[in-house]
Design a protein around this ligand. Structure first.
Ligand code: ZN
Length: 382
């Protein structure tokens, strides 16, 4: 099941709306309507500027996406969340020049939009004429062209500047890393960019705490965690480089026949190490019975239920020569702990997150150990 809804597509990129998106509309109705005392007029203003704002976010994300496509990097989709947009790129290039261009393209769209809005204002006077800044602010929450125009102009500039904060996961963090990476290796550049980003997050959080701005504290936490994740991702990719699923997957896997029962699976879990089971007929994989699925099934069915009736049948297997890092990313994105390994229609074993973690820790300690081990004996599953 998808948790987002497709709106339209641009250059093959699906623009999707996350199901939590209506939350932001409810929030703006409350914020601009009730809290400002402007009633329905304020609420309508809030909804209009929010929809326009998300149009701007789409343009910003399209800036990243089209820059990526120009380098031959595929873009899966753009998802709009209440907190903003995310463009899902197939890969983030490690070439600093490319990353710099892709990261800067988003804020560049906002600056270009600001210029367009300024020209529109100069030609058509869309921003209106005010005697004082106070008068302009006072007119900000009424439904009128100047009010909406000025609000959008300010928010658009804010978006550009906010995204240029030099901290992951903001665009500015990527710009900073790319600039550092022109002078040093990529992993070190990332580590420094993460430290700078997390230090900024601390300062922002402290400022929010001292000034009582709860929202700033939230953003600080978001930046702090986002920076840490980026640092970890780059570290894992570095360590797992050149390794394939073959280096990590468990060969000695016990498979269940389709007519085995849930009770059989439970027996195996209690008496062995294995908690996830491939379901096979001969050497052919027909389904997967994960630990999570077993527990779910036991809540719904009697222990005598055959596994073929409850197993997962839509799990895309990996091949032994697949890139290990990509398999690891897939497990994180799909929120699964185990993937079946299949080659030429033959089931070979299971790749678990535990297997990947093992390889990560061993390869961190001894980078040359794993490729060598692979050349010596390979165990087959029984
Ligand atoms: Zn961006």
């Amino acid at each position: 099941m998808r948790d987002s809804l497709k709106l339209f597509a641009v250059r093959g990129i699906n623009i999707r709306l996350h199901i939590t998106f209506p939350l932001i509309l409810i929030w703006v109705v409350l914020q601009f309507g009730l809290l400002t005392g402007q009633g329905w007029d304020g609420a309508l203003f809030g909804v209009i500027v929010t929809l326009l704002l998300f149009g701007i976010v789409v343009l910003h994300e399209l800036g990243h996406s089209i820059a990526a496509q120009n380098y031959g990097i595929g873009v899966q989709e753009i998802v709009l969340l209440p907190i903003g947009g995310v463009a899902r790129l197939e890969t983030i290039p490690e070439n600093p020049r490319k990353e710099l261009v892709i990261a800067a393209a988003g804020p560049a769209v906002n600056f270009a939009l600001a210029v367009v809005l300024l020209v529109l204002d100069a030609v058509f006077g869309l921003g209106g004429r005010f005697d004082s800044p106070e008068q302009m602010v006072a007119a900000m929450t009424t439904v009128s062209v100047p009010a909406i125009f000025n609000y959008i102009f300010v928010v658009n500039l804010f978006l550009a500047l906010f995204n240029l904060i030099p901290a992951f996961p903001m665009d500015g963090g990527r710009v900073l890393r790319a600039l550092l990476a022109t002078r040093m290796d990529y992993v070190r550049a990332t580590a420094i960019a993460v430290t700078i980003g997390q230090s900024l997050a601390w300062l922002m959080g402290l400022w929010g705490f001292l000034s009582g701005a709860f929202f700033l504290i939230l953003i600080a936490v978001f930046i702090y965690l986002g920076a840490g994740q980026e640092g970890q991702m780059v570290q894992v990719r570095h360590v797992l480089r050149g390794l394939t699923v073959r280096h990590a997957y468990s060969r000695q896997t016990r498979a269940l026949p389709p007519d085995a029962t849930l009770e059989d699976a439970v027996q195996h879990i209690l008496t062995g190490f294995q908690t996830d089971f491939p379901v096979c007929t001969g050497e052919r994989l027909v389904g997967l019975l994960t630990y999570k699925r077993i527990v779910e099934a036991l809540n719904e069915h009697q222990p005598g239920k055959v596994v073929s009736a409850v197993m997962l049948t839509d799990v895309q297997p990996v091949a032994p020569d697949d890139d290990l890092f990509k398999a690891q990313r897939r497990m994180i994105e799909e929120n699964v702990d185990v993937l079946p390994v299949v080659e030429g229609g033959r089931f070979l074993g299971l790749l678990t997150s535990h297997d990947v973690n093992e390889v990560y820790l061993l390869a961190s300690a001894q980078p040359n150990l794993l490729p060598n081990l692979e050349k010596t004996g390979v165990m087959r599953s029984g």
